[in-house]
Design a protein around this ligand. Structure first.
Ligand SMILES: C[S@@+](CC[C@H](N)C(=O)[O-])C[C@H]1O[C@@H](n2cnc3c(N)ncnc32)[C@H](O)[C@@H]1O
Length: 222
């Protein structure tokens, strides 16, 4: 049974601000300026479209396909994108689909997954990367933000926070995933060749955010 985010779509951003303040917002946007040369983007599980609105407004030549399981999220995403940029109507296509089985129809030089891969299991992330790889240009970028359990004294509180987040999503949406996947391992081991670039922005849950500095990485996959 796939998760259903429709019920929490109207409240989603308020739940986020209540839990994390602006931390996730800063993560999502920290590499916006690095993708301004991209022309065709595949955006998976963007939720209510706060990032999408910024992406379209900051890159006037970008065409975007947005995939989400939740029609209610996609309605919000479209509304927000159109409100932020009048040209969005001709540059944004939305598609209700499950990323675990979805097959692209176009080719892309940018993939975006912000706080989305954590809805999938490790094999599902690997399968997704393998499935979409043939549709990506050789120099494609993958822009992502994910939670990370830090080392040291924050490890236990961070693990508790992640556990409670998964518990909350299970109750509210039926999400069955209960562990953070190792997205870097999945991307590098399953699908990506040396010429494919990626950008990563890693949030430490609820505690500190590493955006364009420190633990945040950007570079080419091995
Ligand atoms: C945790 S929210 C993240 C939203 C947003 N990207 C963010 O940064 O907050 C997950 C989003 O992915 C969607 N989603 C979850 N599982 C999915 C799947 N298997 N296929 C497509 N979309 C999915 C949900 O409907 C929701 O919009």
């Amino acid at each position: 049974m796939p998760p259903n985010f429709d019920r929490i779509a109207p409240l989603y951003r308020w739940l986020e601000y209540l839990t994390f303040g602006w931390a996730l917002h800063r993560c999502r946007n920290s590499f916006l300026s690095a993708v301004t040369s991209c022309r065709r983007a595949l955006v998976l599980g963007d939720g209510d479209g706060r990032f999408m609105a910024r992406l379209l407004a900051s890159n006037p030549h970008l065409q975007v396909d947005a995939i989400d399981l939740s029609p209610a999220m996609l309605v919000r995403l479209s509304r927000r994108a159109h409100g932020a940029d009048p040209t969005a109507a001709s540059r944004l296509r939305t598609n209700v689909a499950d990323a675990r089985t979805f097959l692209p129809t176009g080719s892309y030089d940018l993939v975006v997954t912000h706080f989305f891969l954590d809805c999938l299991t490790q094999p599902e992330v690997e399968s997704l990367a393998t499935r979409i790889r043939p549709y990506l240009a050789p120099n494609a970028l993958w822009l992502l933000s994910e939670f990370r359990i830090p080392k040291g004294s924050l490890r236990l509180p961070a693990r508790a926070l992640i556990r409670s987040l998964y518990f909350g999503f299970r109750i509210l949406t039926g999400l069955r995933t209960s562990q953070l996947p190792d997205h870097a391992a999945a991307l590098s081991s399953s699908a990506f060749q040396p010429s494919t670039g990626w950008y990563s922005s890693t949030a430490t849950p609820g505690l500190t955010v590493h955006d364009a500095h420190g633990d945040t990485g950007s570079g080419a996959l091995p």
